[in-house]
Design a protein around this ligand. Structure first.
Ligand code: SF4
Ligand code: SF4
Length: 215
């Protein structure tokens, strides 16, 4: 899921600028789980905006704000409230914010910062495991991603700074490559133990990303 955090309120106010009336859009998926743009946070935002002298014309929680067709359809169901607003404040990830800006030709303001693709460790505790590099090497790295888990993103490691299995950039963290080698030994992955990885071919990653499934 996409991990997001609310921007400081002062920053949101500044981005709203002269817009006196605001329609708020939240997201029922990732932003709800991250507690950055679910029902409760939309309500709190509404209170905060009203207290700071802005009018809130209405709000909506879209089931998946990254679903462009759904965003357009759901916003049409609140057309009058949207029309009455000077700006739309979107409490969703960057993809959701752009679904809204594509659907409504009106000032769209981002209330959240999108941080990373995260795994849920437990409630309210998220960890990045994958950086979406588009050319997965987990088959060669014992199922642990060095692109993400190593702070230098080294494809071959460990680096010279590793100290007794700890990372030189953060002594509290285990070195990703120490973990990878331990896992390889544990699983008898002798082939990958002695192999080195060539430089990554980042041209394989389309930017912007596009994928159309064949029917
Ligand atoms: S190598 Fe790492 S960053 Fe790339 S796709 Fe696999 S898990 Fe994600
Ligand atoms: S100590 Fe390990 S995890 Fe840290 S930067 Fe070096 S190789 Fe990467």
């Amino acid at each position: 899921m996409i991990i997001s955090q609310q921007k400081p309120f002062e920053e949101i106010l500044s981005a709203l600028g002269d817009s006196r009336s605001v329609f708020i859009v939240g997201c029922a998926k990732c932003a709800t789980v991250c507690k950055s743009g679910g029902e409760e946070e939309v309500w709190q935002m509404q209170e905060a905006l009203t207290s700071s002298g802005r009018e809130v014309t209405g709000s909506i929680i879209i089931d998946e704000a990254c679903h462009m067709l759904r965003v357009g359809r759901d916003l049409r169901s609140k057309q009058q409230m949207v029309d009455d607003a000077d700006a739309l404040l979107v409490m969703a990830c960057g993809a959701g914010i752009q679904s809204v800006s594509a659907a409504i030709p009106k000032k769209t303001v981002a209330a959240l910062d999108s941080m990373f693709l995260g795994n849920i460790k437990r409630f309210g505790h998220f960890e990045q495991k994958c950086s979406l590099c588009g050319d997965c090497i987990l088959n060669e790295s014992a199922g642990i991603c060095p692109v993400t888990a190593c702070s230098k993103g080294l494809l071959n490691g460990p680096c010279g700074g590793m100290d007794e299995g700890r990372c030189e950039t953060d002594p509290d963290a285990e070195c990703a490559w120490a973990l990878i080698f331990a896992r390889m030994k544990e699983s008898g992955d002798t082939l990958n133990l002695v192999k080195s990885s060539p430089p990554k071919n980042y041209t394989k990653i389309p930017k912007p990303g596009k994928l159309k499934l064949s029917k």
